[in-house]
Ligand binder design. Structure first.
Ligand code: ZN
Length: 588
């Protein structure tokens, strides 16, 4: 019986061989390069000139590129049984994994899921709420209030108000999950979440376990930070903050409680002022937007990287235009996947944007480093790597480096390190559980483990479990609080940001060792060290051509992601937090 079936299948299957595979891949790379370049050009115009027409044209180009991606992903499955050389097999795999959204083959359903995706993102983009006096607030207003206010009533209103933008998304999102899962199943995945997890060069379930392992490595530091911050907030806000329970989500300086830097002033240690303010320095030196970018470029050049191409300076957007709408959210572009690199950013002369410039240029230098690879390998080793490179460089913006730039005359002494470290922990350590839980929730939603009548309940269970925070007003299934975070309606996978947060410290630790830094990690800067630059470039050049474990190994000598580098970097802070927390409750 089995034999007979096989015989028939063999007779009916078209004979596919290695040379067919090579032609298929050559055509795929040629088509994708052309379509992606055209889509990037249309997208660049849309982002720099937001008009009805530029949005229409960009949507058409995007749709063409996605349709070709789906066609090629399905085409690649035809070679599943053909034995191929490793680089060709890897390209086939990447074609199958390249999609974030797999549209079902049914034309009506495909159109529906694309429309839902656009409309969910659009609903978020237009999101605002209005108070009793009919004054309305969008995401930028909410961000400003959360960052600057210490008025509990105002914070509660802003937090609760922002979470009214998303219930309207709920039904669309449910249908979106259903259709995108259907598309993922047609490509052979269990569901969309499994498709996302499959991109990490290991079995999807092993990857999930790997994240748990990393989280367990950093959890003690997070718990210490949480306990200290809770105690300081309790000093400020009284019984609104429980002594040993979760922190109310509206008091952490950010509407998603994902970055606590804005409450630094409420929790700052005494006598920790480093004696300088980067924003003030940049302003007093009359640094302009172009100057900010040159500082970033100069850092990479000091490591041995070539200067950015002339077209970068001609075609980028650095200053917010006065006469038209642009997407100001900072981003780095690689229009032709070779040399046409660009930055799009409405640069403010602030310390924060100084760091952001380095983050974005990290993308651009990565893009150029892998531009000799075949098209399908022109990407980072995994998506966390791309987000981590610029931040790795930014970890080298130490007081000693600022002395080299002539920004400050001498380094503040080591007693000021605690303030600098605490400030960085409020950004990087506070973020970790948030970076993890978004996809913990979404993967379970895609798999059906979280049924739709428990979307919001499960969301808050995860927020409690990982972040130790609680909603400040009553929640129920009438709300859809996950939808109040951009990446959920916009369907952008989020685990990359968690990985980037871990990887940047691992990279920094290795690069500091290569550069021969003998000081504590938080005082190491690799500025001007060509050997560190060479080793970094070796990893960047590999692009996506090899499993990420090999790229990681080439720089760090490790094949596993390792959060002990974070523990090392923050070791002085951990010690200080332990002293502060003595006799106080830790955990929730
Ligand atoms: Zn980025």
């Amino acid at each position: 019986m089995m034999g007979g079936m096989r015989w028939i299948a063999l007779l009916m299957a078209p004979a596919l061989f290695g040379q067919d595979a090579r032609k298929f891949l050559d055509d795929a790379e040629k088509n994708l390069l052309r379509l992606s370049t055209e889509a990037a050009q249309a997208d660049w115009i849309r982002a720099n000139f937001i008009t009805y027409d530029s949005e229409m044209l960009s949507a058409v180009e995007d749709e063409r590129a996605i349709a070709e991606g789906v066609r090629l992903a399905k085409g690649a499955t035809k070679f599943d049984r053909v034995k191929l050389p490793p680089d060709m097999a890897r390209k086939m795999m990447l074609l199958k994994l390249g999609l974030t959204l797999a549209a079902p083959s049914n034309a009506e359903e495909s159109a529906e899921v694309t429309r839902l995706a656009a409309s969910l993102e659009g609903t978020y983009g237009k999101g605002k709420y209005c108070d009793e006096s009919k004054k309305c607030f969008d995401v930028e207003d909410v961000t400003r209030i959360m960052a600057n206010s210490t008025d509990q009533k105002e914070l509660l209103e802003a937090w609760t108000g922002w979470h009214t933008i998303s219930p309207v998304m709920r039904n669309d999102f449910v249908r979106f999950v259903e259709l995108s899962n259907k598309g993922a199943r047609e490509l052979g995945f269990k569901d969309t979440g499994a498709m996302w997890r499959a991109k990490y060069d290991m079995p999807p379930d092993d990857f999930a376990k790997e994240l748990d392992r990393l989280w367990e490595q950093v959890r003690p530091l997070y718990n210490s930070l949480h306990a200290y911050v809770r105690w300081k907030l309790r000093e400020k806000y009284g019984d609104a903050v429980p002594a040993n329970g979760p922190i109310p989500a509206h008091l952490l300086g950010n509407v998603w409680s994902q970055d606590w830097t804005n409450i630094y002033k409420l929790v700052a240690p005494a006598n920790a002022d480093p004696g300088y303010d980067l924003t003030e320095i940049l302003k007093s030196r009359k640094t302009d937007a172009l100057g900010m970018v040159h500082y970033g470029e100069n850092f990479f050049q000091s490591l041995g990287f070539a200067p950015l191409p002339r077209t970068f300076w001609e075609r980028s957007l650095f200053v917010k235009p006065r006469d038209r709408d642009v997407v100001c959210h900072a981003s780095a572009w690689d229009i032709d996947f070779v040399e046409d690199l660009r930055l799009k950013m409405c640069i403010d002369i602030t310390g924060e944007d100084f760091y952001t410039v380095h983050h974005e240029l990290g993308h651009n230098f990565y893009q150029r480093a892998y531009d000799k690879q075949p098209y399908l390998f022109r990407d980072s080793a995994n998506d966390g790597f791309h987000e981590a490179i610029g931040d790795t460089i930014a970890l080298s913006i130490t007081p000693a480096y600022l002395v080299k730039l002539g920004f400050i005359v001498k380094e503040p002494d080591a007693s000021k390190d605690i303030g600098l470290l605490l400030n960085k922990a409020l950004e990087k350590i506070a973020f970790l559980p948030f970076g993890l839980l978004i996809d913990q929730w979404r993967w379970k939603v895609f798999s059906g483990e979280i049924p739709l009548e428990k979307y919001n309940e499960a969301w808050w269970q995860l927020r409690l479990k990982y972040q130790g925070i609680a909603p400040p007003s009553a929640r129920s299934e009438a709300f859809f609080d996950a939808g109040a975070k951009y990446h959920v309606p916009a369907n952008v996978p989020y685990t990359r940001y968690f990985l980037a947060d871990i990887l940047q410290f691992q990279f920094h630790r290795s690069l500091s060792q290569i550069a021969g830094c003998k000081e504590p990690l938080n005082r190491c800067s690799i500025y001007g060290n060509q050997e560190a630059g060479r080793r970094l470039n070796t990893m960047l050049e590999m692009g996506l051509s090899k499993p990420w474990q090999e790229a990681l190994y080439s720089l760090t000598g490790q094949k596993q992601m390792d959060a002990t580098a974070i523990r090392d970097y923050f070791a002085p802070l951990q010690k200080w937090l332990d002293e502060q927390n003595r006799g106080k409750p830790v955990g929730w």
